[in-house]
Design a binder for this molecule. Sequence first.
Ligand code: NAD
Length: 252
Amino acid sequence: MESLLTLNGKVALVTGSTRGIGWACANVLAQHGATVLLNGRTNADLLHARVEEIKSKYSIEAEGLPFDVGSPDAVKESYGQIFKMFKRLDILVNNAGILDDNLLGMVSPQNIAQTFRVNVEGVILNMQYASRLMARNRSGSIVNLSSIIGRVGNTGQVVYGSSKAAVIGMTLSAAKELAPANIRVNAVAPGFIDTDMTRQLPSDKYQERFASIRMKRIGTPQDVAKAVLFLASDLSTYITGQILGVDGGMII
Ligand code: NAD
Protein backbone atom coordinates (compact mmCIF):
# COMPACT_ATOMS: atom_id res chain seq x y z
CA MET A 1 0.00 0.00 0.00
CA GLU A 2 1.28 3.48 -0.86
CA SER A 3 2.17 5.63 2.15
CA LEU A 4 -0.54 8.09 3.20
CA LEU A 5 2.21 10.66 3.38
CA THR A 6 3.15 10.38 -0.26
CA LEU A 7 2.60 13.59 -2.21
CA ASN A 8 3.81 12.18 -5.53
CA GLY A 9 1.93 13.77 -8.43
CA LYS A 10 0.65 16.65 -6.29
CA VAL A 11 1.40 20.31 -6.97
CA ALA A 12 1.85 22.55 -3.92
CA LEU A 13 2.19 26.32 -3.67
CA VAL A 14 3.74 27.79 -0.51
CA THR A 15 3.57 31.59 -0.29
CA GLY A 16 6.47 33.49 1.28
CA SER A 17 8.67 30.41 1.02
CA THR A 18 12.24 31.66 0.64
CA ARG A 19 12.89 31.59 4.40
CA GLY A 20 11.47 30.72 7.82
CA ILE A 21 8.34 28.61 8.18
CA GLY A 22 7.49 28.83 4.46
CA TRP A 23 10.87 27.43 3.44
CA ALA A 24 10.51 24.59 5.98
CA CYS A 25 7.02 23.79 4.61
CA ALA A 26 8.31 23.76 1.02
CA ASN A 27 11.10 21.37 2.08
CA VAL A 28 8.86 18.92 3.89
CA LEU A 29 6.36 18.86 0.99
CA ALA A 30 9.20 18.32 -1.51
CA GLN A 31 10.70 15.61 0.69
CA HIS A 32 7.41 13.72 0.36
CA GLY A 33 7.40 14.00 -3.43
CA ALA A 34 5.30 17.08 -4.22
CA THR A 35 6.09 19.43 -7.07
CA VAL A 36 6.72 22.65 -5.17
CA LEU A 37 5.97 26.19 -6.29
CA LEU A 38 7.99 28.64 -4.25
CA ASN A 39 6.96 32.27 -3.87
CA GLY A 40 8.85 35.38 -2.89
CA ARG A 41 8.13 39.03 -3.33
CA THR A 42 11.31 41.05 -3.50
CA ASN A 43 14.48 39.03 -4.00
CA ALA A 44 14.45 37.27 -7.40
CA ASP A 45 17.99 35.90 -6.96
CA LEU A 46 17.14 34.30 -3.63
CA LEU A 47 13.95 32.78 -5.08
CA HIS A 48 15.90 31.33 -7.99
CA ALA A 49 18.57 29.93 -5.64
CA ARG A 50 15.91 28.32 -3.40
CA VAL A 51 14.25 26.67 -6.41
CA GLU A 52 17.58 25.17 -7.54
CA GLU A 53 18.39 24.06 -3.99
CA ILE A 54 15.10 22.25 -3.41
CA LYS A 55 15.16 20.59 -6.85
CA SER A 56 18.60 19.13 -6.30
CA LYS A 57 17.99 18.15 -2.66
CA TYR A 58 14.84 16.10 -3.31
CA SER A 59 14.96 15.39 -7.08
CA ILE A 60 11.53 16.92 -7.55
CA GLU A 61 10.10 19.53 -9.90
CA ALA A 62 10.01 23.10 -8.58
CA GLU A 63 9.24 26.56 -9.93
CA GLY A 64 9.57 30.06 -8.52
CA LEU A 65 6.64 32.47 -8.71
CA PRO A 66 7.61 36.00 -7.74
CA PHE A 67 4.47 37.83 -6.65
CA ASP A 68 3.10 39.98 -3.85
CA VAL A 69 0.30 37.99 -2.18
CA GLY A 70 -1.64 41.19 -1.49
CA SER A 71 -1.70 42.38 -5.11
CA PRO A 72 -4.88 41.20 -6.89
CA ASP A 73 -3.35 41.58 -10.38
CA ALA A 74 -0.15 39.74 -9.49
CA VAL A 75 -2.06 36.91 -7.80
CA LYS A 76 -4.38 36.52 -10.79
CA GLU A 77 -1.46 36.43 -13.20
CA SER A 78 0.46 33.89 -11.09
CA TYR A 79 -2.44 31.44 -10.89
CA GLY A 80 -2.81 31.82 -14.67
CA GLN A 81 0.82 30.69 -14.91
CA ILE A 82 0.18 27.73 -12.58
CA PHE A 83 -2.72 26.67 -14.77
CA LYS A 84 -0.58 26.97 -17.90
CA MET A 85 2.30 25.00 -16.40
CA PHE A 86 0.51 22.26 -14.45
CA LYS A 87 -3.25 22.48 -15.10
CA ARG A 88 -3.76 21.74 -11.40
CA LEU A 89 -3.10 22.74 -7.83
CA ASP A 90 -3.50 20.28 -4.95
CA ILE A 91 -2.05 22.08 -1.94
CA LEU A 92 -1.89 25.75 -0.98
CA VAL A 93 0.01 26.86 2.11
CA ASN A 94 -0.88 30.48 2.81
CA ASN A 95 2.25 31.29 4.76
CA ALA A 96 3.33 34.82 3.72
CA GLY A 97 2.70 37.26 6.53
CA ILE A 98 4.09 40.39 8.13
CA LEU A 99 4.43 41.61 11.68
CA ASP A 100 4.59 45.27 12.67
CA ASP A 101 4.00 45.59 16.40
CA ASN A 102 2.73 48.82 17.93
CA LEU A 103 0.92 49.71 21.11
CA LEU A 104 -2.66 50.70 20.30
CA GLY A 105 -1.92 54.39 20.87
CA MET A 106 0.79 54.29 18.20
CA VAL A 107 -1.05 52.32 15.51
CA SER A 108 -1.24 54.19 12.19
CA PRO A 109 -3.66 53.80 9.29
CA GLN A 110 -0.71 52.65 7.13
CA ASN A 111 0.19 50.04 9.72
CA ILE A 112 -3.38 48.66 9.64
CA ALA A 113 -3.71 48.82 5.85
CA GLN A 114 -0.40 47.13 5.07
CA THR A 115 -0.86 44.34 7.62
CA PHE A 116 -4.39 43.61 6.45
CA ARG A 117 -3.39 43.80 2.78
CA VAL A 118 -0.85 40.98 3.24
CA ASN A 119 -2.17 38.92 6.19
CA VAL A 120 -5.89 39.10 5.38
CA GLU A 121 -6.53 40.12 1.75
CA GLY A 122 -3.53 38.08 0.59
CA VAL A 123 -4.87 34.90 2.16
CA ILE A 124 -8.40 35.43 0.83
CA LEU A 125 -7.15 36.14 -2.71
CA ASN A 126 -4.94 33.06 -2.75
CA MET A 127 -7.74 30.87 -1.41
CA GLN A 128 -10.04 32.22 -4.11
CA TYR A 129 -7.75 31.43 -7.05
CA ALA A 130 -6.45 28.17 -5.56
CA SER A 131 -9.93 26.83 -4.89
CA ARG A 132 -10.92 27.47 -8.51
CA LEU A 133 -8.04 25.28 -9.68
CA MET A 134 -8.67 22.65 -6.98
CA ALA A 135 -12.38 22.46 -7.85
CA ARG A 136 -11.46 21.23 -11.34
CA ASN A 137 -10.23 17.97 -9.71
CA ARG A 138 -12.73 18.05 -6.85
CA SER A 139 -9.82 17.75 -4.45
CA GLY A 140 -7.47 20.00 -2.53
CA SER A 141 -6.07 21.07 0.80
CA ILE A 142 -5.54 24.67 1.92
CA VAL A 143 -3.51 25.37 5.05
CA ASN A 144 -3.51 28.93 6.38
CA LEU A 145 -0.97 30.32 8.82
CA SER A 146 -2.76 31.94 11.72
CA SER A 147 -1.05 32.55 15.07
CA ILE A 148 -1.56 31.97 18.77
CA ILE A 149 -1.87 35.78 18.94
CA GLY A 150 -5.09 35.55 16.88
CA ARG A 151 -6.54 33.33 19.61
CA VAL A 152 -5.28 34.83 22.87
CA GLY A 153 -4.05 38.34 21.90
CA ASN A 154 -1.00 40.17 23.18
CA THR A 155 0.10 43.63 24.25
CA GLY A 156 1.33 45.60 21.23
CA GLN A 157 -0.31 43.23 18.77
CA VAL A 158 -3.80 44.64 18.19
CA VAL A 159 -3.21 44.91 14.44
CA TYR A 160 -1.30 41.66 13.91
CA GLY A 161 -3.60 39.77 16.32
CA SER A 162 -6.76 40.92 14.56
CA SER A 163 -5.28 39.98 11.16
CA LYS A 164 -4.51 36.48 12.47
CA ALA A 165 -7.97 36.19 14.08
CA ALA A 166 -9.36 37.06 10.64
CA VAL A 167 -7.41 34.12 9.23
CA ILE A 168 -9.30 31.86 11.66
CA GLY A 169 -12.64 33.36 10.61
CA MET A 170 -11.94 32.97 6.90
CA THR A 171 -10.65 29.42 7.40
CA LEU A 172 -13.93 28.41 9.05
CA SER A 173 -16.10 30.05 6.38
CA ALA A 174 -14.04 28.75 3.46
CA ALA A 175 -14.05 25.26 4.99
CA LYS A 176 -17.86 25.29 5.04
CA GLU A 177 -18.10 26.70 1.54
CA LEU A 178 -15.54 24.39 -0.09
CA ALA A 179 -16.29 21.10 1.70
CA PRO A 180 -18.87 20.00 -0.92
CA ALA A 181 -16.10 20.28 -3.55
CA ASN A 182 -13.85 18.06 -1.40
CA ILE A 183 -11.50 20.95 -0.70
CA ARG A 184 -10.36 21.01 2.91
CA VAL A 185 -9.38 24.25 4.63
CA ASN A 186 -7.52 24.25 7.93
CA ALA A 187 -5.18 26.57 9.79
CA VAL A 188 -2.16 26.14 11.98
CA ALA A 189 -1.62 28.55 14.84
CA PRO A 190 2.07 28.60 15.73
CA GLY A 191 3.26 29.90 19.09
CA PHE A 192 6.81 31.22 19.32
CA ILE A 193 8.94 29.98 16.43
CA ASP A 194 12.61 30.73 15.75
CA THR A 195 12.60 32.77 12.49
CA ASP A 196 13.61 36.24 11.28
CA MET A 197 10.17 37.43 12.42
CA THR A 198 10.80 36.61 16.10
CA ARG A 199 14.55 37.36 16.08
CA GLN A 200 13.70 41.05 15.63
CA LEU A 201 12.01 41.17 19.07
CA PRO A 202 13.67 43.22 21.83
CA SER A 203 15.27 40.87 24.37
CA ASP A 204 12.81 41.62 27.22
CA LYS A 205 9.86 40.70 24.96
CA TYR A 206 11.72 37.61 23.73
CA GLN A 207 12.29 36.44 27.33
CA GLU A 208 8.68 37.15 28.29
CA ARG A 209 7.33 35.03 25.40
CA PHE A 210 9.86 32.28 26.00
CA ALA A 211 8.80 32.05 29.65
CA SER A 212 5.23 31.18 28.62
CA ILE A 213 6.25 28.11 26.60
CA ARG A 214 5.47 25.06 28.72
CA MET A 215 7.81 22.79 26.77
CA LYS A 216 10.63 25.23 27.57
CA ARG A 217 12.02 25.48 24.07
CA ILE A 218 11.33 27.79 21.18
CA GLY A 219 9.60 26.10 18.24
CA THR A 220 11.42 25.39 15.00
CA PRO A 221 10.08 26.07 11.50
CA GLN A 222 10.17 22.27 11.05
CA ASP A 223 7.79 21.80 14.02
CA VAL A 224 5.24 23.90 12.12
CA ALA A 225 6.01 22.30 8.76
CA LYS A 226 5.23 18.82 10.13
CA ALA A 227 1.74 19.97 11.17
CA VAL A 228 1.27 21.54 7.74
CA LEU A 229 2.32 18.25 6.11
CA PHE A 230 -0.30 16.40 8.15
CA LEU A 231 -3.06 18.80 7.08
CA ALA A 232 -1.87 18.85 3.45
CA SER A 233 -1.60 15.06 3.12
CA ASP A 234 -4.03 12.14 2.99
CA LEU A 235 -3.43 11.56 6.71
CA SER A 236 -6.15 14.18 7.27
CA THR A 237 -8.71 13.37 4.54
CA TYR A 238 -11.70 13.91 6.88
CA ILE A 239 -10.40 16.96 8.71
CA THR A 240 -11.55 20.44 7.73
CA GLY A 241 -12.28 23.72 9.49
CA GLN A 242 -9.75 23.02 12.26
CA ILE A 243 -7.24 25.33 13.90
CA LEU A 244 -4.22 23.31 14.99
CA GLY A 245 -2.03 24.93 17.63
CA VAL A 246 1.72 24.30 17.23
CA ASP A 247 2.97 26.05 20.33
CA GLY A 248 4.70 23.71 22.79
CA GLY A 249 1.83 24.19 25.23
CA MET A 250 1.92 27.99 25.18
CA ILE A 251 -1.87 28.18 24.87
CA ILE A 252 -2.73 25.94 27.83
P1 NAD B 1 9.36 35.46 8.13
O1 NAD B 1 9.27 36.93 8.24
O2 NAD B 1 10.65 34.78 8.43
O3 NAD B 1 8.90 34.99 6.67
C1 NAD B 1 7.76 35.50 6.06
C2 NAD B 1 7.91 35.33 4.56
O4 NAD B 1 6.78 35.93 3.91
C3 NAD B 1 9.15 36.04 4.01
O5 NAD B 1 9.78 35.20 3.08
C4 NAD B 1 8.58 37.29 3.36
O6 NAD B 1 9.38 37.77 2.29
C5 NAD B 1 7.25 36.74 2.84
N1 NAD B 1 6.30 37.82 2.55
C6 NAD B 1 5.95 38.86 3.34
N2 NAD B 1 5.08 39.64 2.71
C7 NAD B 1 4.86 39.08 1.49
C8 NAD B 1 4.05 39.42 0.39
N3 NAD B 1 3.31 40.54 0.39
N4 NAD B 1 4.06 38.62 -0.70
C9 NAD B 1 4.83 37.50 -0.74
N5 NAD B 1 5.62 37.13 0.29
C10 NAD B 1 5.64 37.91 1.38
O7 NAD B 1 8.19 34.90 9.04
P2 NAD B 1 7.87 33.44 9.62
O8 NAD B 1 8.14 33.50 11.07
O9 NAD B 1 8.47 32.38 8.80
O10 NAD B 1 6.28 33.46 9.47
C11 NAD B 1 5.56 32.74 8.49
C12 NAD B 1 4.08 32.80 8.83
O11 NAD B 1 3.86 32.22 10.12
C13 NAD B 1 3.54 34.23 8.91
O12 NAD B 1 2.22 34.26 8.38
C14 NAD B 1 3.51 34.50 10.39
O13 NAD B 1 2.56 35.48 10.75
C15 NAD B 1 3.16 33.13 10.95
N6 NAD B 1 3.55 32.94 12.35
C16 NAD B 1 4.87 33.00 12.73
C17 NAD B 1 5.18 32.83 14.07
C18 NAD B 1 6.59 32.88 14.59
O14 NAD B 1 6.78 32.77 15.81
N7 NAD B 1 7.61 33.01 13.74
C19 NAD B 1 4.17 32.58 15.01
C20 NAD B 1 2.85 32.52 14.57
C21 NAD B 1 2.56 32.70 13.23
